[in-house]
Ligand binder design. Structure first.
Ligand SMILES: [Zn+2]
Length: 362
């Protein structure tokens, strides 16, 4: 990828807008935890704050002065911190890169990809962490209800299921509603099946009235089954025929399944939360408590072993196409993005790491 000046300017702006604020909030949260005698956690938070503050303040480049080229070797980052907007972008491009091949292979093997959204009602900040843990448990059961053993052994899944899924990818997103001071954790997922039955996806059963759209929501047969099972697993209601039949659609949490379109994959992987939602220290604290040390993206079934977090190394593109004349580089250390935009403004700046390819587009 090219780090065009415009891209670097945006990165710098994000650092100014968010990283300083988050660094201060980490400091404050560390003090809070110290007072509550959670000393180890207080120390972790202090370090996280220091790292998010110093993210991207050391850049190591190979400099080719004759060619006016900077080739990125290393940049220090806060890595797995989900609050850092720039690292989130790197992580996302990494996840997309890592998913490309397995996804392609599945499509070539005849799998159909489906987009699934699973929601629950909004919760208060203090309930967020426990709620996400409950959702993770419910998801495991839901996937279990639809999965079957590829070796052809008998299945323990839900016996009246309308379809089988052999793999899934689940991504957590949390939005914040300022008016009610509540959080809306939900899952965006990709499900993979070798089955395809158009009938299951026709949305022709009216559900609840949507004030937003001023019309009824309509659901397909598969929507309804997923809504019922998801709600029952979340509420820890035993799934049997009687309970299933007694579960009314209007009491279910809203879910949706549809065939995946081309924009789907990035949309699924994209957000854990939006920076603009983190309006106050309280919101920051609730989300940090809820998601620290948790996997945001997780594969299931045939996608179980997928690596979706940051992976700094990997294949590199060849340097040849960037050099007009052969030249031995020297090492350049840059402390500030600003320096790249001033002293090295007219240099072409590249990263040859393949995992950085998509960073501009997302
Ligand atoms: Zn960072």
């Amino acid at each position: 990828m090219d780090f065009e000046n415009e891209t670097l300017e945006k990165m710098e702006q994000k650092r100014i807008d968010y990283n300083r604020k988050y660094a201060n909030w980490y400091k404050q949260m560390s003090k809070d935890m110290q007072q509550e005698k959670h000393l180890a956690y207080a120390e972790t938070l202090k370090k996280k704050g220091e790292r998010i503050k110093s993210c991207m303040n050391i850049w190591l480049w190979d400099i080719y002065r004759k060619n006016k080229l900077l080739d990125l070797q290393k940049v220090n980052r806060c890595m797995n911190n989900r609050f850092c907007p720039n690292c989130r972008k790197f992580n996302l491009s990494c996840a997309i890169h890592n998913l490309k091949k397995p996804l392609n292979d599945l499509l070539l093997d005849g799998y159909y990809p489906y987009l699934v959204t699973l929601t629950i009602p909004n919760v208060l900040g203090k309930e967020l962490k426990r709620t996400i843990e409950k959702m993770n448990k419910a998801f495991k059961k839901l996937f279990g209800a639809y999965s079957y053993d590829l070796q052809g052994k008998t299945t323990k899944g839900f016996k009246d299921r309308l379809i089988c899924f052999e793999g899934a990818l689940k991504v957590l997103e949390i939005t914040y509603n300022e008016e009610s001071n509540t959080y809306h954790p939900h899952f965006h997922c990709l499900f993979f099946s070798q089955q395809y039955d158009q009938e299951l996806f026709i949305k022709n059963t009216p559900g609840e009235f949507s004030n937003k759209r001023n019309s009824y929501n309509f659901y397909s047969l598969l929507d309804i089954q997923i809504m019922k099972l998801w709600t029952m697993y979340f509420k820890e209601i035993r799934v049997n025929e009687k309970n299933y039949n007694n579960t009314k659609l209007q009491d279910c949490f809203i879910c949706d399944i549809r065939e995946m379109d081309s924009a789907g994959i990035v949309e699924v992987l994209k957000y854990t939360f939006k920076d603009t939602d983190i309006k106050s220290y309280d919101v920051f604290k609730n989300i940090e408590l809820a998601i620290s040390n948790k996997r945001i993206r997780q594969g299931y079934g045939i996608l179980y072993n997928l690596k979706l977090e940051d992976d700094a190394d990997g294949e590199k593109l060849s340097l040849e196409e960037f050099l007009n004349e052969s030249e031995v580089p020297s090492l350049l250390v840059v402390r500030e993005i600003k320096e790249l935009l001033t002293s090295y403004r007219d240099y072409k700046k590249i990263s040859r790491s393949k995992v950085h390819e998509d960073i501009i587009k997302i």
